[in-house]
Ligand binder design. Structure first.
Ligand SMILES: Nc1ncnc2c1ncn2[C@@H]1O[C@H](COP(=O)(O)OP(=O)(O)OP(=O)(O)O)[C@@H](O)[C@H]1O
Ligand SMILES: [Mg+2]
Length: 317
């Protein structure tokens, strides 16, 4: 069974999809068998970054129009892409029996891979959180913008409140050097440890590099287009760090059933209020969780500000 890892972030546009693609290719270059799953159901990004146009997606599998192995695209970079779906009305009408059969079918297709990297939408929608809860490893991407930091912390807090027991790692994105990346990690790690008693592992930093935008425009992954660049080295170091981590086992059936539920929820035109609640265990309502998060964010920000002032005071002038 593969290591199934979901890559997510509180704030959007921080470099998740490029991370999935370039780290995936780096792992493949190191002889791992890698599948990428595009679960960003709003905008399927990975196909665009790869310059390919899938004719069939996961939705065709869910609707019984194709088998999973028929939709998998073998790319020229030794990685396989499972294209996502934007979700349509028809998906909402599937019977439980059909869904059960589907889950069994789709499970087989990636069982021989070493890594299944799942690119998710950013944010804390109930569908994304519910999906993350079924994955044994979550990687949170954080950029230096303050909102990215607080949103990432809020995401970790929601996972924690819902009783998430898997591994949480983070990478720093768009940072100017490794010290800046490490400083971001320290902030997330100490807040998570202190307020949530949750450990967050560090995978490394992806530097800000305008070569990334150039590779996106060229629809060629940065690691291939600029193999000797700093950013390519960042992705390779992260791939090596991932290879050094132990494999976290998972309930594979639960993973696929959550994924399909997420696609179907997306397909419903207007989810009721209850459906859009997170998978909170116990009496926590969405509102309470959000209020808690805001509180915690404020407290964390105050704490960080105080810490920064202390650092300023002790630094030599
Ligand atoms: N390390 C970086 N250096 C420079 N620019 C970057 C970097 N990472 C991301 N970008 C810029 O941000 C854009 C968005 O990147 P990407 O699509 O990987 O982000 P995302 O987090 O997946 O976004 P979304 O939340 O919309 O899915 C890129 O096209 C690029 O212009
Ligand atoms: Mg993306």
């Amino acid at each position: 069974m593969p290591r199934v890892i979901a890559i997510t972030s509180g704030k959007g546009g921080i470099g998740k999809s490029n991370f999935v693609l370039n780290v995936g290719i780096s792992l493949a270059m190191m002889d791992s068998s890698v599948q990428l799953l595009d679960a960003d159901l709003g905008l399927s990004n990975l196909d665009v970054l790869l310059g390919i146009r899938p004719h069939r997606t996961l939705e065709d599998v869910v609707l019984g129009r194709a088998a999973l192995n028929e939709i998998i695209i073998r790319t020229e970079y030794k990685i396989d892409l499972i294209p996502g779906s934007s979700g349509t009305q028809a998906m909402a009408d599937l019977s439980g029996e059909k869904i059960g059969r589907l889950i069994k079918d789709v499970q087989g297709a990636s069982k021989d891979a070493d890594f299944l990297l799942v690119d998710t939408a950013s944010g804390v929608s109930a569908a994304v959180i519910s999906f993350l809860m079924a994955v044994p490893e979550v990687i949170v991407g954080v950029s230096p913008e303050p909102t990215s930091l607080t949103d990432a912390y809020a995401l970790i807090k929601i996972l924690n409140k819902n009783g998430y027991h898997g591994r949480i790692s983070m990478f720093s994105s768009m940072v100017k050097n490794s010290a800046a990346g490490h400083a971001l990690y320290q902030k997330i790690s100490s807040a998570s440890q202190r307020f949530l008693a949750t450990q967050v592992e560090f995978l490394g930093s992806v530097y800000f590099d305008e070569k990334l935008s150039r590779s996106v425009s060229a629809q060629v992954p940065a690691i291939v287009r600029f193999p000797t660049s700093d950013i390519a080295r960042c992705y390779r170091v992260i791939a090596l760090t991932l290879l050094g981590q132990a494999h976290v086992q998972m309930d594979y059936e639960k993973f696929w059933s959550r994924l399909i539920t997420m696609i179907m929820k997306k397909a419903r035109p207007k989810p009721s209020r209850e459906e859009s609640l997170p998978v909170a265990a116990g009496p926590d309502s969405m509102e309470k969780t959000l209020l808690d998060m805001l509180d915690e964010q404020r407290r964390t920000r105050m704490l960080l500000e105080r810490l920064l002032m202390k650092v300023d005071q002790v630094l030599p002038r």
